[in-house]
Design a protein around this ligand. Structure first.
Ligand SMILES: CSC[C@H]1O[C@H](OP(=O)(O)O)[C@H](O)[C@@H]1O
Length: 344
């Protein structure tokens, strides 16, 4: 399924999942096609495809590929599909969208249809389509809040490259920029450099100029008065409004409070984990120290090691607004996001 976005992290071709390998951006644009669930699991685990909503959408198409393959090969196809789903669920732990999407697909399989092929594909395509629609809706809601802002800073990449298209935080920035020429700053986002490699490249594809800053320059930028808002995505939001996002978001939130800068978290409700009360219950992914350590420290007897959590949790009291497709929660510390659960 193609959408009308300029940049796409992934595309369903009709019989394969086509994925833009984000490890090679911005220098090289390489697409890989996956025809089985194992390939999609690997693509998520190795961050060829990354970003909470994009991970969920990719996993949904991974289930489609599994059902197509197993249904054709065996009358034990349900057991084999369940094994593929379990492997997809183990690809990365923090983004709840992965588990939300897999649960949507399992609900279709639970209907015990004689031939599930059409229904399972329709569910994956709906997850993809709805994500794009949600991003455009959130873009407008967030742009309303940014009206008159001098400048905004974003962290990591919560753009079309992290979603089905248009982006969450970058969707707000795209919508705001269409209304008025807002200054956009992007933090490089060590260690994987989603900001330096992905966000500035993605926005440039849309003709949106961005100023890249070192992560360590964020406080000085805030002190300069150049930005009014920090706008980020999320990977899992607890019922009280605590939000897990890329490592470094929590420090930005603390700095923002100190400098009178406001923090906006933009995420579809598929990122809300209604089963947890607060952010302490969110599992934080630790990735290999190899992603952080210079190669010279990787020998067997090295005295140098690295601690590499790739997410942190920002408490609701440091968040000024949570923007979802169901509406905006201002000052989430007061009521959490529980009011969104039954909102249309
Ligand atoms: C729109 S969610 C994007 C979210 O995902 C990123 O994590 P990763 O690149 O490790 O998948 C980061 O937390 C972004 O905010």
């Amino acid at each position: 399924m193609r959408n009308n976005e300029t940049v796409q992290a992934l595309e369903w071709t009709g019989n394969a999942l086509k994925v833009l390998d984000q490890r090679q951006l911005p220098e090289t644009i390489v697409y890989d096609e996956y025809k089985d669930a194992a390939g999609v699991t690997e693509a998520i685990a190795t961050m060829r495809v990354r970003g909470a909503p994009a991970i969920g959408i990719a996993a949904a198409y991974g289930v489609v590929l599994s059902v197509r393959k197993q249904y054709a090969q065996s009358n034990q196809w349900r057991q084999k599909v369940t094994a593929d789903i379990d492997r997809l669920a183990k690809s990365r732990p923090t983004a709840v969208n992965l588990f939300w999407a897999l649960n949507q697909m399992k609900a279709v399989l639970a209907k015990q249809l004689d031939n599930p092929l059409a229904a399972i594909l329709a569910c994956a395509e709906k997850i993809h389509r709805d994500d794009i629609a949600a991003n455009h809706k959130m873009g407008e809601l967030g742009a309303d809040i940014l009206a008159g802002a001098k400048g905004v800073m974003t962290h990591c990449n919560a753009g079309a490259l992290a979603t089905g298209g248009y982006g969450t935080a970058l969707g707000v920035i795209r919508s705001a920029y269409q209304r008025e020429r807002i200054n956009v700053y992007a933090g490089e986002t060590r260690p994987w450099l989603q900001g330096a490699r992905l966000t500035v490249w993605e926005l440039a594809q849309d003709g949106i100029p961005t100023t890249l800053i070192a992560d360590s320059a964020a406080a000085w930028l805030m002190k300069s008065g150049a930005i009014d808002w920090i706008v980020v995505g999320a990977d899992r939001i607890a019922a009280n409004g605590d939000a897990a996002n890329k490592i470094g978001t929590y420090s930005l939130a603390v700095l923002a409070k100190r400098h009178g800068v406001k923090l906006m978290v933009v995420a579809p409700t598929s990122t809300i984990d209604w089963s947890i009360d607060n952010g302490d219950q969110i599992e934080i992914e630790q990735r290999s120290q190899n992603e952080l350590l210079p190669a010279c420290y990787l020998e067997e007897d090295s005295l140098v090691s690295a601690w590499n959590p790739v997410f942190d949790v920002t408490p609701a009291e440091l968040i000024s607004a949570i923007v979802t497709e169901r509406g905006v929660v201002l000052n989430p510390a007061e009521q959490g996001v529980r009011g969104l659960k039954n909102a249309i």
